[in-house]
Ligand binder design. Structure first.
Ligand code: HEM
Length: 535
């Protein structure tokens, strides 16, 4: 594979990328809200069959087309002799192919937009999405190259409303040394053996407490029940008023991530920004309390949660503002991506009894073994060593495509595998097409956890957590949390799932939150007699 930056040395090193825990819906609207509204209004008027609007539309189209062409030229759309712009279509002036993309994204097969173009143009093609000329990559090698390149080649590209809500010091938006530092601190926290054991114990007790209160008489919503499990490990808050306040404000905040980028009183974005302000105030208070206790020696130096890790960094770059912004960033995957992962696993298992039985056997076997040893709680490694459970999670990540792809913007002309990605263009590394490619996975739409017995998870055709220096630092934590939930679910309950549907856009989720009716198992684990007792 020939990969390199145009006019510079090749950049293959382990370099950076950035995440989309949400997908880039309103970017187009950010850039041209008025034009968007205008085009629809104009089309409606044509149906009234009046020549004046038709003329107006024609003139407008020519103007828009010219603007687009000029923008593309400015963006460096002309390929140099050795590098060719991938084939494809830029679609309509300004709106490009956004409408086709979005309409496919709302369907059960969002990848159909890509599949049609793959057949016509190949795995890498050009398009115009969300207001930007875009190279779409459904080629695993090209996507890996993009994700491994650093900010000298590509920077994260997010919708304006999302960037505004995240704040400029969010890890999702910062680049270079500061991003590496924050990434390293967060990743390091989730790797420390002491913290791994504490976070496992915290999550375990939260899950048990929650499950103890599940009613058998009415359905529970798995998508809701899987939230809040991680908050203590991130922020250190115990259940109580502050935790309730944070959950409420977070709910208000997250609703704005997919909103129109209009920040006026009463708009969605405005309300979300206000909610974020209130969350930041609470987090700053938590940070101040922690700093005070540390300096007065009331607590030890050993960090107990992610805030502790970030405040113990000695560099002055990690201000309270930056720490609060990043704590809110971490709450998004914790409160959204991981719950969706668990919910999808429950959905897939509900319709695959064979996998459910094997999962149950593996988990009951572990629980019995631990009971015989007199151990009530499991450790991080116990969960992670459940090989079939891990395969179920891996397969859920492949099939569910919680993060369908990642958007970057080229900050210079980049050439990869013979394709030119011009300066100023976006590049959309679309994992979903790779994860559902039958050349890579037999019967790709079938939930088949057994495929992972043989398959290599570390190949570039499996990237649910991205790659490069922005590889998700919470990937093990996500697996751990899913394992803890599934372990307690299958060892304590049987369930019947109501009908529900996966929605893929703007974020992946279950339409009705995945209602299930649970029944407690009549099996108890008697620690003293080391035997399984039917009560
Ligand atoms: C199923 C669950 C999850 C999925 C599918 C997921 C996916 C991803 C992906 C694809 C990226 C790369 C983004 C990019 O290259 O721009 C990423 C980055 C990130 N993830 Fe996750 N993630 C999950 C859970 C978590 C959890 C539990 C945490 C921590 C609490 C977390 C924290 C982060 C952070 C901080 C980044 C940004 C890293 C950086 O830009 O340096 N994620 N995630």
């Amino acid at each position: 594979m020939h990969c390199g930056l145009r006019g510079t040395p090749s950049q293959r090193g382990p370099h950076l990328v950035s995440l989309l825990h949400v997908q880039p819906l309103p970017l187009f609207l950010d850039k041209a809200p008025c034009t968007f509204a205008f085009i629809f209004a104009t089309r409606a008027r044509i149906r009234i069959s009046n020549m004046a609007p038709i003329l107006l539309l024609s003139v407008l189209s020519v103007v828009l087309f010219t603007i687009t062409v000029l923008r593309l030229r400015r963006a460096g759309a002309r390929p140099g002799p050795a590098h060719t712009l991938p084939r494809g279509s830029l679609g309509w002036p300004v709106i490009g192919e956004t409408l086709e993309f979005v309409s496919a994204a709302y369907s059960p097969r969002p990848e159909s937009f890509m599949n049609r173009r793959r057949l016509l143009y190949g795995k890498v093609f050009k398009s115009h999405l969300f207001g930007s000329p875009t190279i779409v990559s459904t080629d695993a090698e090209v996507s890996r190259f993009v994700l491994q390149s650093d900010a000298r080649a590509f920077v994260p590209s997010y919708p304006k409303s999302l960037s505004e809500l995240m704040g400029k010091s969010s890890i999702l938006l910062i680049n270079g040394a500061l991003q590496r530092r924050v990434h390293g601190l967060i990743g390091g926290f989730f790797k420390s053996p002491h913290l791994k054991s504490q976070i496992t114990a915290d999550m375990q007790s939260y899950v048990r407490r929650a499950m103890d209160s599940w009613p058998e008489t009415s359905p529970i919503l798995i998508q809701d029940e899987t939230k809040h499990i991680l908050v203590k490990g991130l922020i250190g808050l115990e259940p109580g008023d502050e935790m309730r306040f944070l959950k409420r404000e977070f709910h208000e905040f997250i609703a704005g991530l997919m909103s129109l980028p209009v920040n006026l009183p009463g708009t969605r974005l405005y309300r979300s920004l206000k909610a974020k302000k209130r969350m930041v105030m609470l987090l700053k208070k938590v940070i101040e309390d922690k700093r005070r206790k540390r300096s007065s020696g009331l607590v030890g130096e050993t960090p107990k949660d992610v805030i502790d890790v970030l405040i113990s960094d000695t560099s002055e770059e990690l201000t309270d503002e930056l720490i609060s912004d990043n704590m809110i960033d971490l709450m998004i995957p914790a409160e959204d991506s991981v719950p969706v992962l668990i919910t999808l696993a429950v959905k897939y298992l509900s319709s695959c009894p064979l996998a459910l039985r094997q999962l149950e056997e593996e988990n009951i076997e572990l629980k019995e073994r631990k009971c015989r040893l007199g151990q009530d709680s499991l450790q991080w490694n116990d969960y992670m060593s459940l090989s079939f459970t891990q395969d179920v999670i891996t397969e859920t990540l492949r099939l569910g495509n919680i993060i369908g792809g990642i958007m970057r913007k080229a900050v210079r002309d980049v050439e990869v595998k013979g394709h030119l990605i011009p300066n100023g263009w976006c590049v959309f590394t679309y994992f979903r097409s790779v994860h559902l490619d039958e050349a890579m996975y037999d019967e790709p739409h079938r939930f088949n956890p057994w495929r992972w017995k043989e398959k290599d998870m570390s190949s570039c055709s499996f990237t649910p957590f991205g790659g490069g220096q922005r590889l998700c630092p919470g990937l093990d934590l996500a697996r751990l949390e899913a394992s803890i939930f599934l372990h307690h679910l299958v060892t304590s309950f049987t369930w019947v799932a109501d009908d529900d549907q996966v929605v893929n856009f703007p974020t992946v989720r279950m339409k009705s939150g995945m209602p299930v009716r649970v029944t407690r198992k009549k099996v108890a684990f008697d620690r003293l007699s080391s035997a399984r007792v039917v009560s």
